[in-house]
Design a protein around this ligand. Structure first.
Ligand code: FES
Length: 177
């Protein structure tokens, strides 16, 4: 079980929509009327348009293209072209999410943020753009997540102690060059 930091909690303001990545998966992160933070795959189940291009209406997220409405559980509650009749089993892809230590954590399995059961995956933060980091870091053994336009979070897999030592050395080289 591994959880990833996908945003700073303070960046996900009320009624906002934030984009992020978990490995190679684009994410839409939004905080609705309940105050809970939702982390979903940034892809509309209708025609794959980015959900982050839609609108956070508080109680629901509205798809930009055809106005499908998704409640906070990811369920489609309204399809305007079908006179509002919701599609039965079509939902957004929802990731397990938790907020801890000022971070938003997400996981494809059950989320395990710091301080609870399970192993959080602490990233190595490198002050260099993801394209540059990719030239030095084996992307098959690490998850690379862009952090803004000029920084990268690298989540190691395998032996965390060894990997973090390797990544720290790469970080020093990149940040000193
Ligand atoms: S592509 Fe999302 S509502 Fe149609």
């Amino acid at each position: 079980m591994t959880s990833y930091v996908v945003a700073l909690e303070k960046d996900v303001r009320d009624f906002s929509i934030v984009r992020s990545m978990m490995g190679d998966k684009p994410l839409v992160i939004w905080r609705g009327a309940s105050g809970a933070i939702n982390v979903w795959l940034d892809r509309c189940p209708h025609r794959s348009v980015r959900l982050s291009a839609g609108r956070n209406m508080g109680g629901y997220l509205e798809g930009v293209y055809h106005g499908w409405k998704f409640d906070e559980s990811g369920k489609v509650t309204q399809v305007p072209a079908l006179q509002g009749r919701p599609s039965e089993d079509i939902t957004a892809t929802v990731y397990s999410t938790a907020v801890a230590d000022g971070f938003v954590w997400a996981s494809e399995e059950e989320c395990a943020p710091s301080g609870s059961a399970g192993e959080p995956c602490y990233p190595v933060h490198i002050a260099a753009p993801v394209d540059q980091v990719r030239l030095h870091v084996d992307a098959s053994a690490n998850h690379l997540t862009p952090w803004g336009i000029d920084r990268t979070m690298v989540y190691p897999t395998g032996d965390p102690v060894q990997r973090r030592a390797e990544l720290s050395a790469i970080r020093r080289r990149l940040e000193e060059s």
